[in-house]
Design a protein around this ligand. Structure first.
Ligand code: GLA
Length: 702
């Protein structure tokens, strides 16, 4: 039982280590459903102690906002904070007035039903999944007139009162995704948002808040994340009165949604997680949640893949691909993925998107010869696709110019020479399922890299009339539906989510994909910060990471092969370099590093992550994965003596009294490794730039 009744109309959503207590503080025509407590798990009999059923009064009452502590503050009545729900009824009435109707409770889920006499039914849903409390909202128009919805968030969370507040989040840009930001939460409203129609590179839909005292290993942290892959908005509100609330939901400022009589709208889940044990414990709990409640294939080992993009760019031919496939197989690669350039008239980025058949000049025999060879070489077969896009220079666009997002009489701005297909349309979705499923069947494909390379502009849906703005939701749902159908039809198919690198990484897309492409930036040093930011929420098994050439094609930085490997080995290892130009020694070294990775793959992909000391990419740093009786430490030192690294790295999360043994037979107590640290070789400390090391320990007793 995860939902406990703790009062007349009070409930607690309990996890193993935390409790979220909420309920009805004031009934009647301006009902208040509030959060009373979000903290460590209390004994069941103590849960009622946090319930306060008299409305909160701060001062005299005449200026007191009613939205303090509410689960879904509405626009209406004495509420002046950020509304989580805005509705405009017939005649321009913008005041939502909710009366509590009933609670529908089961062991693991509760729905609190509220009704506005103007005809709106609002369901507040709460469910527990591992350490995470999932919340969402359902709206049904039970009235006789259409309503227009502004902000419809999935829920608001109150961060308990503390002396200070600090937030952690990630923001970035193309090739610079998931850069960690940590700062005091300013008084006022701090909003992270995407207006791109996708999750976006600019920010990722989550925030962590602590009292300013958390470290990597210590302290209470409250996190809120949204499981959604379209535009979104998350606002952390630090009121002048001192309290903090975080509201998050799909959509962004501007678009409004039409709900006709009888229609319903369901928000994506917003996820709340309260942990103790610093940012590290928060991340591990998120990874756990991803494994047990999000990813479709969490416990499968991700294959070592080869992707030809950086080797060939658009210069994709049967012969060249076969040559790369032979070399990749020789290194121990298990999945060969052909990237952009194999289809239609796609010889550069100006044409071809939408024409999903093999380019007859480049693949005169179709893709069968290539993929038969890939299979003979013992590898699985994968293909890059960008199903939401079309180039104006394509047969598809010539035939269906109305399929793209557009407004009649307005420009259709192209980005990377392409336009966005409207996945809100059933005909577009059917078309996509048809050819995607056809490719899987024809070539027995095992893998799609599903890309999405541009943001929305002129996001109109002329046929949809009043409902046009719904495309911001319906496009994403349409993509989800196509992905879900494909997986259903082809249970063996695995899918990687990509969006110009890491532009679509979130718990919504991870529900139907197996990996995400973290960034187009494959420079091993830049990757350190990108991978660190990624690791705050998402697990290593889903973090696609490639070893590419040196100098790196994006940054021209030269980094030794071992360092590039060790960086990519911290996730789902791939190789993306031009193997025809690697020397015999490099190929030999790569072969042994691939083998080393495979030997520890379950530890890295399924293990518990500890980010050890260091500032990734700037100073020496290390990550540790522990799984069953094994521990893998990947240590990196990007610079020579100028930034002298510590001589030892202190491990974390070990059994203090157990004995751990290295491959060379050296033994230590867990406590020694955690308190004194693991000594790193001298060459790691004093040597040229970019030194890295992988240490594997096995627990041998205790
Ligand atoms: C995007 C992806 C890359 C590659 C190219 C192909 O930029 O992020 O990995 O697939 O598209 O055009």
């Amino acid at each position: 039982m995860n939902i406990l009744r703790v009062g007349d109309s009070a409930w607690a959503a309990v996890t193993k280590s935390s409790a979220f207590v909420f309920g009805l503080e004031a009934a009647g025509e301006d009902s208040r459903v509030v959060q009373w407590y979000w903290g460590p798990r209390l004994p069941d009999e103590a849960l009622a102690e946090v319930v306060r059923q008299a409305p909160r009064r701060i001062h005299s009452g005449f200026h007191d906002p009613r939205d303090v502590d509410e689960l879904l503050p509405v626009e209406g009545g004495a509420r002046w904070g950020v509304p989580s729900l805005q509705v405009t009824y017939e005649g321009g009435v913008r005041s939502v007035e909710l009366t509590f109707a009933e609670a529908v409770v089961s062991d693991s889920e509760i729905e609190l039903v509220l009704r506005d006499p103007l005809g709106l039914r609002v369901g507040l849903h709460v469910r527990v999944a591992s350490e995470v409390v999932e919340r969402w909202v359902s709206l049904t128009n039970e009235g006789e007139h259409a309503v227009r919805l502004g902000r419809v968030d999935s829920g608001s969370w109150v961060i308990p009162e503390r002396a200070g507040y600090r937030y952690t989040g990630v923001a970035g840009a193309w090739a610079q995704e998931t850069q960690l930001h940590r700062a005091e939460l300013a008084v006022g409203e701090t909003t992270f948002t995407s207006r791109t129609g996708t999750t976006s590179h600019r920010a990722n839909p989550w925030i962590m808040i602590d009292a300013g005292d958390a470290t990597e290993e210590l302290g209470e942290v409250w996190s809120v994340a949204l499981a959604w892959s379209g535009s979104w908005r998350l606002t952390a509100q630090r009121r002048p009165e001192g309290d903090v609330a975080v509201t998050a939901g799909f959509g962004h400022d501007g678009p409004t949604w039409h709900l006709a009589p009888g229609e319903s709208l369901l928000t994506p889940p917003v996820l709340g997680l309260r942990t103790c044990g610093g940012y590290g414990a928060a991340s591990r709990a998120w990874h756990d949640y991803a494994r047990h409640h999000v990813l479709p294939t969490p416990f499968e080992e991700r294959p070592v893949l080869y992707n030809s993009w950086e080797a060939t760019w658009f210069d994709v031919h049967e012969e060249g691909q076969i040559e790369l496939a032979r070399r990749a197989a020789d290194l121990g690669v298990e999945l060969f993925v052909v990237d952009d350039g194999w289809f239609g008239g796609r010889v550069d980025d100006r044409r071809g998107l939408g024409d999903w058949w093999p380019n007859p000049d480049r693949f005169p025999r179709g893709l069968s010869k290539l993929f038969d060879t890939v299979r003979e070489l013992g590898m699985r077969a994968g293909l890059w696709v960008e199903p939401e896009m079309v180039n104006p220079d394509s047969d598809l666009y010539r035939e269906h110019p109305d399929w793209v997002l557009h407004y009649p009489g307005r420009r259709r701005d192209t980005l990377r020479h392409q336009l966005v297909l409207n996945y809100g349309r059933a005909d577009v979705r059917e078309w996509a399922i048809g050819w995607l499923s056809g490719l899987v069947s024809e070539y027995g494909l095992d893998y799609f890299k599903w890309d999405m390379n541009r943001s929305f502009t002129q996001a109109g849906w002329p046929d949809a009339g009043e409902r046009a703005d719904l495309l911001w939701i319906e496009h994403t749902r349409g993509v989800y539906a196509v992905l879900d159908t494909l997986r259903e039809r082809h249970p063996g198919l695995r899918i990687e989510s990509c969006s110009g690198g890491g532009g679509r990484v979130d718990f919504g897309i991870l529900r139907r994909t197996d990996e995400v492409w973290t960034s187009d930036n494959t420079d091993a040093r830049d990757r350190q910060a990108i991978q660190e930011g990624y690791s705050y929420l998402y697990p290593a098994c889903a973090m696609s990471a490639w070893v590419t050439d040196s100098p790196n094609p994006h940054t021209r930085r030269e980094v030794p092969l071992a360092y590039r490997f060790h960086m990519a080995m911290a996730g789902a290892l791939g190789i993306g370099g031009d193997l025809t130009r690697w020397s015999a020694e490099e190929l030999e070294q790569a072969r042994s590093l691939v083998a080393a990775y495979k030997a520890v793959r379950p530890v890295i992909q399924h293990g518990r992550l500890h980010r050890l000391a260091g500032d990734p990419g700037i100073t020496a740093s290390a990550v540790q994965y522990s799984h069953e009786d094994r521990v893998v430490v990947l240590a990196y030192n990007p610079f020579a003596l100028a930034k002298r690294p510590p001589r030892r790295v202190r491990l974390a999360g070990l059994d203090p009294s157990a004995i751990y043994e290295s491959a060379e037979g050296e033994r230590w107590h867990g406590q020694t490794l955690m308190s004194h640290g693991l000594e790193l070789p001298t060459w790691f400390i004093a040597g040229p730039d970019y030194r890295s090391e992988m240490v594997v320990l096995r627990r041998v007793s205790g």
